[in-house]
Design a protein around this ligand. Sequence first.
Ligand SMILES: Nc1nc2c(ncn2[C@@H]2O[C@H](COP(=O)(O)OP(=O)(O)OP(=O)(O)O)[C@@H](O)[C@H]2O)c(=O)[nH]1
Ligand SMILES: [Mg+2]
Length: 219
Amino acid sequence: MSQSIHILRSEFVASAPTRAHWPAPTLPELAICGRSNVGKSTLLNALLGRRGLARVSKTPGRTRLINFFQTQLTGPHGPCSVLLADLPGYGYAEVSRSERAGWQAMMEEYLSRRDNLRAVALLCDARRVVDTRVAELLFDETELAGYLRGLGRKVIPVLTKADKLSKSERKPAAQVLGRLLGGKSVVCAAEQGEGIGDLWGRMLSTVTEQTVSEESAAK
Ligand SMILES: Nc1nc2c(ncn2[C@@H]2O[C@H](COP(=O)(O)OP(=O)(O)OP(=O)(O)O)[C@@H](O)[C@H]2O)c(=O)[nH]1
Ligand SMILES: [Mg+2]
């Protein structure tokens, strides 16, 4: 089901090498996470409705910081503002052991301590999902999904670059990814703008859910 979302305004907020640089947790936040080169920044630009706001890299492994963006939009439940976090990609072969350890520490701190984080969109390249050695190839993603659930985080599986698959390959690939990561996956082709409304719908439902339960807890 496609959702009607209207982006009013999007802006870059901060590039954070450490926790001290995270923006104040005053708005609900949604994170975009996945392997290096999976299409995180491209998807983020499509979500923000502004081409070029998040930097798209030709060289994998370029994003080494957590980049925060703020967007103001009108969704199915009315106007709202959210923060979006572009997390650094993992799985890039040419990084040193110390860089990898740095990445892991940064991710663990963010994922376990970011109080306003409502959901994590976990991205996976559609072409990797249709590969016959899928279970092995998606080991990192499966492990990360398990880690996130252990922290009590909501995971939204996202199949990226779906334009690289034929129409008939898309649905089975989405089902495989959903089964592996636990939850219904969203199929996106960000360069074509496909699936963006659906992904916003899924992300915003986690924002609304929590706001409603916080309100009832406060009563
Ligand atoms: N065909 C296709 N290519 C895409 C799509 N999204 C991204 N790409 C391409 O994939 C490459 C990587 O995209 P990025 O958005 O920079 O990926 P990333 O996950 O942010 O990469 P890192 O920040 O390096 O981890 C670029 O060459 C994009 O043009 C898509 O929907 N379809
Ligand atoms: Mg990027």
